[in-house]
Design a protein around this ligand. Sequence first.
Ligand code: FAD
Length: 586
Amino acid sequence: MALSRGAVLFFKLLACLLCLFDLSHGKKQFTLKNLPPLRKASSYPTGCPATYDYIVVGGGTAGCPLAATLSLKYKVLLLERGGSPYGNRNVSYMENFHIGLMNMAPDSSAQAFVSTDGVINARARVLGGGTCINAGFYSRASSSFIQEVGWDEDLVNKSFPWVEEKIVQWPKIAPWQAALRDGLLQAGVAPFNGYTFDHVSGTKVGGTIFDETGYRHTAADLLAAGDPNNLRVLLHASVHKIVFDSRQGRLKPRAIGVQFTDENGRRHQAFLNNKKNSEIIVSAGAIGTPQLLLLSGIGPKNHLKSHNIPVVLHNKYVGKGMADNPMNSIFIPTRSPPRQSLIETVGITEEGVFIEASSGFGQSSESVHCHHGIMSAEIGQLSTIPPKQRTLEAAQKYAQNKLNLPKEVFHGGFILEKIDGPLSTGHLVLIDTDVRNNPAVTFNYFSHPQDLDRCVYGIKTIERILKTNRFSELAADGTGFSMERVLNMSVQANVNLIPKHTNDTESLEQFCKDTVITIWHYHGGCHVGKVVDQHYQVLGVSGLRVVDGSIFSRSPGTNPQATVMMMGRYMGVKILRERLGRAAGV
Ligand code: FAD
């Protein structure tokens, strides 16, 4: 039936109005409908004839947005050593943050490691990487960081919202986080910059990847923004070697493929096609990437030879310049149990110290009676284990014993301080040639005196916060907290394997050194100008790039995940534009 001209006009007007309505409501709802199938590595056919334009190693914070973006124009294989985040309760629910970190199963989403400094740490082992096990806080790098690393600001400003509109929310601020916000302002960490993703001096509330129900959105979700027909994702695919063509006559060894092991221990190979610009991109994180380069024969030749690894390229800088921002925290007992919260508020001081907070673990019946997060800042609370006996096993046994403690002793929250851009750095070396095992990592926390000075500044800032009216009201008798008491409790609250000293509460320097733990923002190992060039292509070989936290000489923003995800998208767009020019369409 033909419509009258009037009716056509009416429908056109209606369509126009609906369109305006849609625009006025901003972004379109992002859905996971377009996620590519997530297949186990064992499904990869042996002698597979398929070849790829890009093989991305590591489906983590940077790897997922990168692979999704490249797949819009090219055939991409994404190899992730861990499993799927979907249907994994430890990943999906904020309340399980600590439970996930203490799961020691060989296929758990967090792989624990202890640095040679004696600090208990964790690295992701799941599709989505660190975004699946982290505390969810989302805050962009400062504009000076963007300028220092030489990124195109216009593209950066498009790449951040690309991530944000898909997986980032504003938190419904928890009481403990609101208390920190007020305490920071009363203590002079001003002005209040409201809710913002931007890195600005003062106090602010940042974004989060948890929604209002505590459900976690992750970098794995970003795969739904790719082309599922071009993107093949394999889970439980542990890449143990990059394959090079080092034939004589070649100017440089060329990366042509990878070898990986599936969940049943069977070995496979995958190769690039022979187009000039095809590449292997390693996004295996700040521990995984230097480890894989070393296992593949790129690194200090004596170290490689000591493990019988054939040398493809001698580079003494692989694994050097590893850094972890030291974190020290103060435990604050409260009258009643504060609601659980991870990080939502941050104080950004001019002195390069960031103040954040977490609360509410240990007092829920589930966490006292079931698990208490061996890797958490809260582990070891009220510990009676003598310092020298604090081995990982002793810490685990202590966690078991703690199940019997009355839940009232856990009422409280933490205020934590993190040093920006630590000047103390360390290194990573292989212990063995099994890619599933952790390498040995040393961070040398506080070996640089300026880092120690800033830690002391941070603790004094926390002291000022505790003296504000806002915090005095939270104390059991309403008269505030004695610093000596909270320092005493905090020495016992932070479990690391570093021997404690009797003057921990008299000397803040000693307190900092003895109670240092991690905020899991370790980075470095493949620095620009040493291991990779300005475009993150590995120096001295071709067809190989690194895109993840290992290229940073300083962790971006107050917390890095925003910038790492942005970098995955940014590098994907940059590579497409370099290959296709305007035809890239991104
Ligand atoms: P990852 O995200 O770790 O990605 C590396 C991926 O590579 C992993 O999925 C890994 O399984 C895979 N992989 C490694 N080796 C291989 C291999 N050989 N073969 C195949 N796959 C491999 N940041 C914030 O901004 N806010 C926070 O609140 C916050 N809290 C944190 C809490 C915790 C417990 C942790 C661990 C981190 C936290 N971070 C936080 C830091 C942030 O999550 C990380 O800096 C970031 O995720 C690192 O990203 P990446 O891409 O470098 O590495």
